[in-house]
Design a protein around this ligand. Structure first.
Ligand SMILES: Nc1ncnc2c1ncn2[C@@H]1O[C@H](COP(=O)(O)OP(=O)(O)OP(=O)(O)O)[C@@H](O)[C@H]1O
Ligand SMILES: [Mg+2]
Length: 338
């Protein structure tokens, strides 16, 4: 069965529309989640508590018809808790491997910076190589495989900040902002209505209250075959040499001193993974916008999310409240487009 390009576009817009109805005011997060799953990327989301990080991942797993697991990170978490363990089978007298949560398509690692370094490094192999090695045996993870990690921006006590190598493995490093009053009101109506429906549906079926049970919105599911087709289509999106030059200029601007005013704040610059992330993401983003080629606009739209987390800032810049995103946004103002 072949799926036409316009059907793929329809699937993607239906998914965006459904997610938009469930995650109020989070269009950018929604687009990044879709871009990442199309381009085999992982996402780190930072934000204060209660900004729908967990909700976003739950809803996202629904539209993908994918397996979903959640890891709540704590300081006593062990690598085997996420990779899986060999469990002794008494009846057979040997060990059998029980897969851990990483053997799912979408893995939510909540509060990743509360996980000890050993767990974080077990995640490294899985994220970079899509495989896990335990007790000398390497097992390939299923596709799609996407880690969505969250960290809370308010609390730093008792946390293990992610090492640079780990940050570099995320396609996007996103920051969620608090909603404005209008958005807050919409969130409130949505969640109150959901809670009302949930409580009413707990009534016995004969109860009169059941007439209040509205049909919940159906997720617009993208099947595994459709996702494969979408990924293929995105990989064939054209990216002109001039666009590659533009991406290279942006990434290299984080390394050299042409723009000293801006780069003096940088302690370590973005690696080639940064330019790969922008280019791959831009192709997926172009497809989502129903184009067969990448525009400089795509690069500008994604650069801060792709590079912000890969740039280390001087302590002074951090103290002044600058972020990696700010640096990238400043560079975008001065780096010439093609
Ligand atoms: N933009 C939004 N759209 C819809 N619901 C929202 C939105 N923002 C917050 N909520 C609601 O707020 C509550 C908190 O969301 P959730 O548990 O996903 O937050 P979180 O970011 O994971 O928080 P924590 O960091 O504490 O784990 C949920 O009831 C969720 O439905
Ligand atoms: Mg949460």
């Amino acid at each position: 069965m072949t799926i036409t390009v316009s059907e793929l576009h329809n699937r993607l817009s239906a998914a965006q529309e459904y997610l938009g109805s469930q995650l109020i005011g989070q269009q950018s997060l929604i687009s990044r989640l879709l871009v990442a799953v199309i381009a085999d990327g992982h996402i780190l989301i930072e934000g204060a508590p209660g900004l729908a990080k967990t909700r976003a991942v739950n809803q996202f797993a629904k539209i993908l018809d994918a397996d979903f697991a959640r890891v709540q990170s704590t300081p006593d978490l062990l690598p085997a808790d996420i990779t899986g363990t060999n469990i002794f089978q008494q009846n057979r007298g040997d060990f059998e491997f029980t897969p851990g949560p990483l053997f799912n398509n979408i893995v939510l690692v909540d509060e990743i910076n509360r996980a000890p370094p050993k767990v974080q490094s077990a995640l490294l192999e899985a994220m970079a190589e899509q495989q896990i090695t335990t007790a000398g045996i390497t097992r390939v993870l299923q596709s799609p495989f996407m880690v969505i990690a969250t960290q809370n921006s308010l609390e730093n006590e008792g946390t293990y900040p992610l090492p640079e190598a780990q940050l570099d493995r995320f396609m996007f490093y996103l920051n969620l902002d608090l909603p404005d009053a209008e958005t807050e009101k919409q969130i409130l109506s949505l969640v109150l209505e959901e809670n009302r429906i949930k409580r009413n549906s707990h009534q016995s079926p004969e109860s009169n209250e059941s007439k209040f049970t509205a049909t919940p919105l159906k997720p617009a599911v993208i099947t595994a075959a459709e996702l494969d087709a979408i990924k293929r289509q995105a990989s064939n999106v054209h990216i002109a040499p001039a666009i590659l030059t533009y991406i290279t200029r942006i990434v290299c601007a984080t390394r050299e001193s042409d723009y000293k005013e801006i780069t003096q704040h940088i302690r370590y610059a973005a690696s080639p993974r940064g330019s790969i992330a922008i280019a791959e993401a831009a192709k997926a983003y172009a497809l989502m916008n129903e184009r067969d080629h990448v525009l400089p606009d795509d690069v500008q739209e994604l650069a801060a999310d792709a590079l912000g987390g890969r740039i280390g800032l001087s302590y002074r810049a951090q103290a002044e409240g600058l972020s990696g995103r700010d640096i990238v946004n400043s560079l975008l103002q001065v780096v010439p487009v093609v």
